[in-house]
Ligand binder design. Structure first.
Ligand SMILES: *Cc1c(COP(=O)(O)O)cnc(C)c1O
Length: 365
């Protein structure tokens, strides 16, 4: 079976984890945490990093640090992984959904302003499947209405928008280091920000709201959202290899595109002229009536794949009468193909041949 994803572990991760274990600094302090919190934001071009135990709580931490809570609204694309939306719900605020752009699948800026109300506090932008959202219009609308912009960059490490790395546009960016993300720590996340006071608030909330000067004195209800030094050791090793990982993702996407662009009925993942796509998951759209059949055909031939996320407004926790036709269509059309860095050219060719065969013969193949 060709899997959709598996992390690539290098010798540096093995060495650093062994060093961390040997040092006995295996909990939420240590040399690798310090390094990872310094080196990851530096790589992005951001000032501060607050490492966390996953990308979901990173988002929650940002929203809590912004003081968002019950009675507030946060705008979010409906076509996203559920974590973006759940993080808003955890605060007591209401997620307000926006439809997707038909061409590049992220939040459509043309539809943003109509969702802003006096209760709106922030816009959560998601950079889906490795492709940046269209940040200039979003930042302009946010500035006009005095709203914070929070970036969920869990799927887009090092993706750029007009040459600048995503996660660095708003008050804060959130990253995930889950096992299938572009760099991984097993489970993990990070908040990045240029704002020193905001960084201090995030640190305070991450560590149970404890006073930095008075032991066991807690002045707010905080959280234990810390990352371990063991996880950070993996992260430091992964970061040393991020250039190779991104090059592998580009090789994989280019080879898939060359083969699939000529297959009728298959729409390859976009890369707008203002974006550098990091192709977290190489993705295609097919007619919704063919999607599940194609995935089953791939599986019969030992190729794993994933459907796109269900738009959040279709999930039982977030009922609404509103319709988001673009997100619904893309959600029902999309397939994530095997995308792990060590995927070989031969394996890509096998996947592409199967897709071409299915699309030529149709669901009866
Ligand atoms: C992976 C992911 C997250 C966070 O996931 P964790 O598994 O909690 O690290 C958040 N948003 C999006 C869009 C993601 O893909």
């Amino acid at each position: 079976m060709i899997p959709v994803y598996k992390p690539q572990i290098h010798q540096s991760e093995r060495d650093y984890v062994a060093q961390a274990v040997e040092s006995t600094w295996i909990s939420s302090r240590g040399e690798f945490l310090d390094r990872f919190e310094r080196e990851f934001p530096a790589y992005l071009g951001s000032k501060y990093g607050i490492a966390t135990c996953n990308g979901t709580v990173s988002l929650h931490l940002i929203l809590e640090a912004l003081g968002i809570g019950a009675g507030d609204e946060v705008i979010v694309p409906t076509l996203t992984y559920v974590a973006s939306v759940n993080a808003i719900a955890y605060t007591g605020a209401t997620p307000v959904f926006v439809d997707a752009h038909p061409e590049y699948w992220n939040l459509d800026p043309a539809l943003l302003e109509q969702h802003i109300t006096p209760r709106t506090k922030a816009i959560m932008v998601v950079h889906l499947y490795g492709h940046s959202a269209d940040m200039d219009p979003i930042m302009a609308i946010a500035a006009r209405h005095g709203l914070h912009v929070v970036e969920d960059a869990a799927e887009a490490h090092a993706a750029t928008y007009r040459g600048r790395i995503v996660g660095t546009f708003g008050i804060a960016g959130s990253f995930s280091f889950f096992g299938n993300k572009i760099i991984t720590t097993g489970e993990g996340g990070m908040v990045v920000t240029d704002d020193e006071a905001f960084m201090e608030t995030c640190r305070h909330l991450r560590g149970q709201g404890v006073s930095p000067t008075r032991t066991y004195w807690h002045d707010v209800i905080g959280y234990n959202y810390r990352m371990t030094n063991l996880a950070a050791a993996i992260g430091v090793g992964q970061l040393e290899h991020i250039g190779e990982t991104l090059a592998a993702k580009r090789r994989i996407a280019d080879r898939y595109r060359a083969a699939l662009d000529v297959v009728p009925g298959v729409t390859f993942q976009p890369e707008m002229e203002w974006a550098t796509n990091v192709y977290w998951m190489v993705s295609v759209l097919v007619d919704p009536s063919l999607r599940d059949g194609l995935m089953a055909f791939l599986k019969e031939n030992d190729v794993d794949s994933r459907p796109f996320f269900y738009p959040a407004h279709t999930l039982p926790m977030y009922p609404t009468d509103a319709r988001y036709p673009v997100a619904e269509r893309i959600g029902a059309s999309g397939i994530n193909l095997p995308s792990f860095p060590e995927l070989t050219d031969e394996e890509i060719d096998i996947v592409c041949d199967l897709i071409a065969k299915f699309m030529q013969r149709g669901p009866g193949a």
